[in-house]
Design a protein around this ligand. Sequence first.
Ligand code: FAD
Length: 469
Amino acid sequence: MADTPKYDVAIIGSGPGGYVAAIRAGQLGLKTLVVEKDDRLGGTCLLVGCIPTKDLLLNADVYDYFKNAKEFGIVCKEFSLDWTAVQARKTKVVTRLVKGVEFLLKKNKVETIQGYGRWAGPSRITVTDAKGQQREVEAAKIVLATGSEAKTFPGFEPDGKTVLTNKEILALTAVPKSLAIMGAGAVGVEFASIFQRFGTKVTILEMLPRALPLEDEEISTELEKSFRRQGIALETQAKVEKAEKTAGGVAVSFSKPDGKTQSMEAETLLVAVGRSPNTRDVGLEKTRVKLERGFVKVDAYMQTDEPGVYAIGDMVANSPLLAHVASRQGIVAVTHAAGKPVEPVNYGQIPNCTYCEPEVSSVGMTERQAREAGHNVRVGKFPFAGNSKATILGAREGFVKIVSDEKYGEILGVHMIGPRVTEMIAEAVVAMRLEGTVEDLVYAIHPHPTLTEAVTEAAHAAHDWAIHI
Ligand SMILES: Cc1cc2nc3c(=O)[nH]c(=O)nc-3n(C[C@H](O)[C@H](O)[C@H](O)COP(=O)(O)OP(=O)(O)OC[C@H]3O[C@@H](n4cnc5c(N)ncnc54)[C@H](O)[C@@H]3O)c2cc1C
């Protein structure tokens, strides 16, 4: 095996987990290889996830501004949506960021190979290219970062036309007249916000009792109210049973808790019911790696049970499926692999953002979780209706809610719904990271007029002292 290339670390997958891990490994001086099966780097996040959806959401915002131009004193008689141009901008944004990843990997002397990677034995992986040619690579440490795919079910297989996942919906050649969305999680509600504002009649079918079921209950209630006001139909406790192709698209039947079955028709159906980890065909069956419902079990440093093999990102068990989590785990894994000290991921302080309209963000415990954990909970809540910047923006919906422990004012969780709250949540993350209290948020002076004043007002509200309400 004299000519087998040797690396300090080989990373399988170039999503936000894999490519960030590779950059840090390069910075640490490790000879690093990234193996990526696709012809472009960046993974789900960059190609068919975070980035293209947020680009489309921005297009929808701009379109909304045009629709409401009169409110801002602008006469705009003729405007229309050019879907081809919308898609072209999305492609341009994605391409620029893919090039950025390529540049950063090169800058950090990371080598890349296009091909399908599999664990092949201790410190060995095989890479199979598109023509089926296989080569072997040696690496002292291996990082699995193969991510996830949209979950699908028999009878709901994506066909690119009527039954879609996040991938196919991003490639539609026209805006559908109607769209049924299965699942009111982050992916479902974001696509609802995109297409409803582009003129699609949107119906969301959610099996659980509320939209965004992992968020604080008050946030779900506020979002549902807003969606219905905007004209998005939302059926909760609706278990989708069947999807059948029809002349006009797809007929979807769903059952309600009373056992009755209802059905609806739409031109398209988006299946947004979660993700399956890419752990099936990467050679794990020959390893000591343990799986939990298909996801890889790891320790605090992202080590699997197979010596020298790490796993990061969407494929990891009991870890939120988020790009920033994958990236942080990647840094933890390679820093540990390099034998350097590193702090494990703190899963209690991970920001969750959903970029629907209105936006939702949170960190830490919901009010219910805090009470169930035995805290003496004190809540401070402030509505954007009392915030001057929100009024200027014409976006007065929503609120900031701080969940704290009464004794010392420890911040247990912060929950936001409203304008640009996905940008604002970082303040709460930093406050929690620094073990800040509600009083710290009261005394930290926030600039006026900004949306962030709603955070300090919510902190004041924890003592019933909010000023602008
Ligand atoms: C529609 C949508 C919107 C989203 N929006 C957000 C958001 O706004 N913010 C957020 O934080 N998260 C968002 N996410 C989640 C985010 O995309 C994922 O959490 C993130 O991409 C996970 O990163 P990863 O590196 O683990 O895996 P991935 O990004 O899935 O990357 C895995 C890579 O591994 C490659 N691969 C797989 N198997 C092999 C193999 N055997 N050999 C070689 N290569 C392989 C794949 O081709 C892929 O490039 C969104 C997801 C979706 C679907």
